[in-house]
Design a protein around this ligand. Structure first.
Ligand SMILES: [Zn+2]
Length: 173
């Protein structure tokens, strides 16, 4: 791949304690959503809906890989992994994770995220919107298990549900 000016690394998140001694590490959620949905608008206009979704999913996947490496890890049992993930997602105010079913032998997990950072409270548009989360969750599960997962959002605030529900299925060779 060609050289990138801003290849992602965790360092790009910066030294927030140094840089924001007065304002601190949090910002209003509207600002995060403003960034996300204006970027999505531009990407969709330039590349179409399908490609924009693909780009968001890929960015979510990259985020999930980095997030796992820096925030999770060090756990070997699935139950411990989920517990740690729930704690971190809540502490960072990303969302409230619940596991509905987990059949690890069959490689199928159904999970929900309530009060989701990306979509909770959005207008209903009859279409699931959390493609970034799909990539993010796929990368977390893959990082933990070493297996590739396909993650699909099946219910979303934007489809009239009050939680986002995702199915995760292992991709078998
Ligand atoms: Zn959603």
């Amino acid at each position: 791949m060609t050289d990138l000016k801003y290849r992602f690394s965790w360092d790009l998140l910066g030294d927030i304690a140094l840089g924001r001694p007065n304002l601190g590490p949090t910002a209003r959620l509207e600002v995060y959503r403003l960034m996300q949905f204006t970027l999505r608008d531009v990407l969709e206009k330039q590349f179409g809906t399908e490609k924009a979704d693909e780009l968001f999913r890929e960015a979510g996947y990259l985020a999930g890989k980095e997030f796992y490496a820096h925030m999770l890890g060090g756990v070997t049992e699935f139950g411990d992994f989920i517990k740690k993930l729930q704690e971190v997602l809540k502490e960072m105010q990303i969302g409230v994770l619940r596991i509905e079913t987990a059949d690890l032998a069959a490689g199928k997990i159904v999970l929900t995220i309530s009060e989701d950072l990306d979509c909770s409270g959005l207008p209903e548009i009859n279409s699931e919107i959390c493609v970034y989360d799909e990539g993010f969750i796929a990368a977390l599960l893959e990082s933990f298990s070493g297996q590739k997962f396909e993650v699909k959002e099946v219910d979303c605030w934007c489809t009239g549900d009050r939680t986002c529900r995702f199915t995760a299925t292992t991709l078998r060779e």
